[in-house]
Ligand binder design. Structure first.
Ligand SMILES: Nc1ncnc2c1ncn2[C@@H]1O[C@H](COP(=O)(O)OP(=O)(O)OP(=O)(O)O)[C@@H](O)[C@H]1O
Length: 621
């Protein structure tokens, strides 16, 4: 027989070092990881056996723990799918699993937290080395004749050799370190299995020296148990098993639907924090799908829309065939009905959380709010419910996103009939925007939007509770009538000539110049024409490489500002043009924009500064 020695891939080696030397505070988790792998292997076999029943034979699928006091070994044995030689190499050795690096990057140095990360990133098997100084894996793939034996002391190399195994499946033999022999005690094993693995749907047994087997768990699929029997901590344990997330879920919903046109059980969870790939809309999402208790697939994307991709959980239905494939899920009417029902359940769950536990809801919003907002754009039928769940910054609440549209509407003062918002590059830019001045003065709250998705949100969500949403950065007769001042007529008279000159001086760069009612402190601002795209949306589209029609902005002047008055009183055309350029430039800068000619702007600014400092002594040139 040929024994081959191979090296672990570098990152795997690093990980092993870490396991062995630092993760000793929570050693027992190795058993949870290995039992979970064994149970997954049985699920996989059960699934393959749908198409090829011969694979399963007559055996009952089960996991067994076999302590051997004399040899000092603990064996975790399953009659699941097993592995081929290639699979052994790929899964237990040389190839960097994408999770490994991310795991290493996420380590905090805090042992307790770090040990909780194991499993979340798919590094479960290696946790064997926390308690073992040598691990032997003997495995035979279902349907294959030959078995493989893998062995390592976790130090840098592993060996592989062909072997014999009577039955299909995998045995992981842990040669326990001297000081870890405690894990051979039946009571200890039983306690750990009860703690972490009780919800696993297949039997986990302890086989003693005399060959007798004792059941350690309930062996009933968790979600088939009646709600009344399940405690919060049971749900949390199951969540951990299902999601590999070791932080508790924020909320869950467990429902059974029977007797109607559909028959299914669903168990949905809201996690408390975002996974690293949340931003990717295409990344595997969705819940697990079971058909009559048989595991069919993970991440069945068809069962939840992309804007609910943070939801974890499962659906078990009797209404789909066992051999259903991903392709068959698409456009399937049963699936569509289940998805619509799950969306409702998820919204119910979020509404309940928002109402009863606002602090937890705030955590949810912080982690997943931007994703949920995609629903406003994607799902017209549920738009009103989703809008109710949204939380925003506003001029009254600028530190945290916690203003709901309902709160906003409820405190609208007399005379306000629209929901005002300002959309900007960043929260800081929104907060400091000159556009807000007049609204602040009038006591009108303005929502401050700075997430990228927000421009699409306001393009789709045009009203809430019959109040229109309106941008404060847009020319609007309505806004003018709301915040206009008593001096309007006088100002229009005084500035008629200035506005005309300004339009000429800045020709081709602004659509028009006009007096502003929204400014009280700043001299100028830019607004979008009444019919144009919003200025920020134009910017986003341009950056994305879209051809944008390119409408010109309207320059608004604050007639009460000294610089604007100075402009009005400047007779000299060249000086007027200089000042006009400066005002346009600062309006662009104030909204976080970029100047086409920054050097020219600086020169003009310097001229003006020097002129202001000592007008009589400086000769401008
Ligand atoms: N008992 C087993 N039977 C068959 N395959 C196994 C068994 N244990 C592990 N494997 C294979 O080895 C792979 C790596 O296992 P490991 O525990 O390191 O990560 P994982 O199970 O993929 O991730 P996680 O621990 O997050 O579930 C598994 O995905 C599986 O393909």
């Amino acid at each position: 027989m040929t024994t081959e020695t191979r090296e672990f891939q570098a990152e795997t080696r690093q990980l092993l070092q870490l396991m062995i030397h630092s993760l000793y505070s929570n050693k027992e988790i190795f058993l949870r990881e290995l039992v979970s792998n064994a149970s997954d292997a049985c699920d996989k076999l059960r699934f393959l056996a749908i198409a090829d029943p011969a694979l399963l034979g007559g055996d009952e699928l089960a996991v067994e723990l076999v302590p051997d006091e004399a040899a000092g070994t603990l064996t975790i044995r399953d009659n699941g799918i097993g592995m081929t030689r290639e699979e052994v190499i790929e899964n237990l050795g040389t190839i960097a699993r994408s999770g490994t690096r991310k795991f290493l990057e996420s380590l905090s140095g805090d042992q307790k937290k770090d040990s909780q990360l194991i499993g979340q990133f798919g590094v479960g098997f290696y946790s064997s080395f926390i308690v073992a100084d040598k691990v032997t894996v003997l495995t035979r793939r279902a349907g294959a004749g030959e078995a493989v034996r893998w062995e390592s002391n976790g130090e840098g190399e592993f060996t592989l050799e062909p072997s014999f195994k009577q039955d299909r499946g995998t045995e992981v033999i842990l040669h326990l370190r001297e000081e870890e022999r405690d894990f051979l005690q039946p009571w200890r094993l039983q306690a750990i299995v009860r703690k972490y693995s009780d919800h696993i749907g297949l039997p986990i047994r302890l086989r003693n020296e005399k060959g007798e087997a004792e059941a350690l768990n309930q062996a009933r699929a968790f979600w088939t148990r009646p709600k009344s029997e399940l405690k919060d901590e049971d749900y949390q344990h199951f969540y951990e098993h299902l999601s590999h997330d070791h932080q508790p879920a924020l909320a869950w919903a467990h429902n059974r639907v029977e007797g109607g046109s559909l028959e299914y059980t669903s168990l949905l969870y809201i996690p408390s924090h975002a996974p690293f790939d949340l931003w990717d809309r295409e990344q595997g999402r969705g819940v697990q799908l079971y058909v009559k208790r048989v595991f069919i697939m993970d991440k069945a994307a068809e069962l939840l829309p992309p804007w609910l991709r943070f939801v974890r959980g499962l659906v078990d239905t009797a209404d789909l065939p066992l051999n259903v494939s991903r392709e068959l899920l698409q456009g399937n009417r049963t699936v569509d009905k289940i998805r619509a029902a799950l969306v409702k359940r998820a919204l119910d769950m979020l509404e309940d959380l928002a109402e009863k536990r606002p602090e937890d809801y705030a955590k949810f919003w912080q982690a997943f709010g931007v994703v949920l907002k995609e629903g406003l754009v994607d799902d017209h039928a549920n738009q009103e419910r989703i809008a109710r769940l949204c939380r925003f910054h506003s001029t009254l609440e600028a530190s945290e996103q916690k203003v709901s549209l309902a709160d906003y509407v409820a405190r609208m003062p007399e005379g306000q009939d629209k929901i005002y918002y300002l959309s900007a590059e960043s929260l800081a830019a929104a907060r400091g925007s000159p556009h807000l001045e007049g609204f602040r003065k009038r006591g009108f709250e303005v929502l401050l939007l700075s997430d990228r998705i927000d421009e699409w949100v306001v393009a789709h969500l045009t009203q809430f509770q019959e109040r229109k949403l309106e941008s404060v950065a847009r020319a609007s007769k309505d806004i003018e009538s709301k915040i206009e001042t008593a001096d309007k007529a006088r100002h229009e008279n005084e500035y008629a000539g200035t506005l005309k000159r300004l339009g000429e001086a800045l020709q081709g760069r602004i659509e028009a110049a006009r007096l502003s009612v929204r400014l009280t402190e700043s001299p100028v601002c830019l607004v979008a024409g009444e019919q144009a795209l919003s200025r920020r949306l134009e910017e986003i589209l341009r950056k994305a490489g879209e051809a944008v029609p390119g409408s010109l902005p309207v320059l608004e002047l604050n007639p009460e500002h000294a610089l604007v008055q100075r402009l009005r009183d400047t007779a000299d055309d060249a000086a007027f043009a200089d000042l006009a350029e400066l005002l346009l430039g600062q309006a662009v800068l104030a909204e976080g924009g970029q100047l086409p000619d920054p050097a020219g702007f600086v020169q003009r600014l310097n001229r003006l500064l020097l002129e202001g400092a000592a007008p009589s002594r400086i000769v401008l040139g």
